[in-house]
Write a protein that binds this ligand. Sequence first.
Ligand code: ADP
Ligand code: F6P
Length: 318
Amino acid sequence: MHLAVMTSGGDAPGMNACIRAIVRQSIYMHHDVWGVLRGYDGLLAGHRRRLGLGSVADVIKTGGTFLRTARCLPFFTTEGQAQGRDRLREWGIDGLIVIGGDGSLRGALALHQLGVQVIGIPASIDNDIYGTDSAIGFDTAINNVTQSMDKLRDTASSHERVFVVEVMGRESGAIAVAAGMAGGAETLVIPEVPTNYTTMIARLKRSYARGKRHSLIVVAEGAAHGEDVARAVQEQTGYEVRLTVLGHTQRGGPPTALDRILASRLGAEAVQLFQEGQSGVMVGSKCGSLITTPMEDAVNQHKDPDLDLAHLAAVLAI
Ligand code: ADP
Ligand code: F6P
């Protein structure tokens, strides 16, 4: 059979390891496998390449996606989606695996509803997709952020400064919570929990009164602008405050071992599901076991970050 794979939306470290697993598992099962370039944009434009065993040599260790990725406005329309289905038919593709975030999975669901056999794989540093404990890329991103926080703590303590660190997460505090815990953040500002700035400032002042001389405040971009938080803290405490916006550095670099393993397992399982004739499902991992979730649930159900972990981070930063 003929299988196609694409990466779509924001790139996530581990996407390459996932493509590698799909290609090698497909070839092992005697399927022909094609890579669609640049997500739905490439699908509509008709850009693809054949993926052989050698095409995925050495990619397990690289961040980004060698198939490249894109955001594609025309795919939001029913015309664009029908054009995508027709393209796959024209190419003689029997099934498509979409690796991406919740937006990309919505596109995949639209194709499934048009009769295309589609399997979804969650990949997003935001880790906001229902149906998996972790999406591909999240572990690498939180390790990237933790490393940056360690570096910032060195300079913060030397200069006795407050550092506001803005991290990614379009609508989710997942990165802030996990990396904030691992990096020993004193304060977390996340969209899932309303921030009481008066309490936050009072807490900061109390810790300084007890002898603390530096502090790291992690702000999820979906909750507030780091710049506004930094200004408020500076104005209301008089402490010396610096802002660091980590930006896209969080999304780059080699994937961690955990992301490579997750990506490899999800990729290989997606090919198995394709062979079984399944469609409209996303494969994820819960408590170490692979599970499938209807794509409709994956994109419509809400996933909160670990709020117990957020609470613990606050307790431990006392
Ligand atoms: P991510 O997959 O990382 O969440 P986006 O939300 O930007 O990234 O989505 C990536 C692409 O998926 C969009 O540019 C669009 O082409 C497609 N997409 C997103 N939402 C939908 C939708 N509701 N219907 C169809 N396609 C969608
Ligand atoms: O969805 C992943 C993500 O990195 C978000 O955390 C962030 O808000 C967004 O993508 C950034 O998008 P872009 O790469 O288009 O700037």
